[in-house]
Ligand binder design. Structure first.
Ligand code: GLU
Length: 346
């Protein structure tokens, strides 16, 4: 069973890069008669913006990227999000909750398991101590990173602490990526990364691995920016003894000038594109082509055709360009294909 997920952090508007990840994940699940899940990664409570979960769901539904499993109305209420106007009646939640802040106990159980097996440890270093350590390392011209002070201390369970992953000195990992093939990592990207913070919330590294496993995700599609910490996730799967999903890191989206897509290039969020008059069909059609190509070289097509032809084998590793003039052209054609009452529906 193909099970894919889109896992945004509710920290702002839905960026076009996130929509491309959602689109490819959704298409892979649809093509294989699988399930597409929405999981809200709200573990960084300081960056969380109230109302964003409601907004993300509204935008996905407007785009037609409907999820089969995801947050229910009760889950939204539990985190103080509005529920008006959302169509969540058909959403199932047997693997839920799908909002990570409602799953805190689950992560601490797994962090505890790692400690018991000697793969992780409690750390009570304060932010001040870590800051001092960083300053001293910079003065000595060393690469900043955690010294491992608490590795061999026995920090009591009932005092405030974080949990850190004990990474071996000779950390080398060879991980598989469906788009890039084997990727070899020679050095740890972070020294003994935090898995559970002192506020009891997990970091992304622990939460993403635990949830993808428990939610039985078969294919993890996400942006290339996550390759840097990918070896930590790969290593965690091995420590837990879990089989791994297929990983596919999607190429960066560039503007027409070859620079990373940003506000300078124009509208980069779904809300801005909608306000500018773009139909979901045109936005999705353009995004299909950022990193993937149609087997017959076609550019203008309906989303059903994308689903039919989509495969990870046709996704390129090199960055893709999002062309706004092309999106405008597509918009024109997709509008022409609509009957007037349909057009008025947007
Ligand atoms: N929460 C991450 C983000 O918003 C998701 C990364 C992932 O899909 O694993 O980018």
């Amino acid at each position: 069973m193909v099970r894919t997920r889109f896992a945004p952090s509710p920290t702002g508007s839905l960026h076009i890069g996130g929509v491309r990840t959602a689109l490819y994940s959704w298409a892979l699940a649809k093509k294989h008669g699988g399930k597409f899940l929405l999981r809200i990664e709200d573990t960084d409570q300081e960056r969380k913006i109230p109302g964003t979960i409601h907004f993300i769901i509204t935008e996905l539904q407007w785009l037609g990227l409907n999820f089969d499993e995801g947050p229910t109305t009760d889950e939204l209420k539990a985190v103080g999000e509005p529920t008006e106007g959302l169509n969540l009646a058909s959403i199932t939640s047997s693997y839920g909750p799908f909002i990570q802040s409602l799953r805190k106990e689950i992560y601490s159980t797994y962090a505890e398991e790692l400690i018991e097996n000697g793969y992780a440890y409690r750390c009570d270093c304060t932010p001040d101590m870590l800051e001092r350590e960083r300053r001293e390392q910079t003065l000595r011209r060393e690469k900043p990173g955690y010294s491992g002070r608490c590795r061999y201390r026995n920090v009591p369970k009932d005092s405030p602490h974080a949990v850190r992953l004990k990474l071996p000195e000779n950390f080398t990992v060879t991980a598989d990526d469906a788009i890039r093939g084997k990727i070899r990592f020679e050095n740890p990207p972070l020294r003994d990364p935090v898995l559970l913070k002192s506020d009891g919330f997990p970091t992304y590294h622990l939460a993403v691995v635990v949830d993808d496993h428990l939610m039985q995700i078969s294919h993890v599609l996400r942006g290339e920016e996550w390759i840097a910490t990918f070896p930590i996730h790969w290593y965690l799967y091995d420590l837990f003894g879990w089989s791994k999903p297929v990983f596919a890191h999607l190429p960066v989206i560039l503007g027409e000038d070859g620079k990373k897509l940003s506000k300078r290039h124009g509208a980069v969020t779904t809300a801005e594109l909608r306000d500018a008059g773009f139909l979901p069909q045109a936005i999705l059609n353009s995004l299909c082509l950022v990193g993937w190509s149609h087997p017959e070289g076609k550019e203008l097509f309906e989303i059903s055709e994308f689903v039919e032809h989509f495969s990870l084998e046709r996704v390129h590793a090199s960055s893709g360009i999002l062309s706004f003039p092309k999106m405008l052209k597509f918009n024109h054609e997709h509008i022409k294909a609509l009957e007037p009452p349909e057009f008025l529906g947007y």
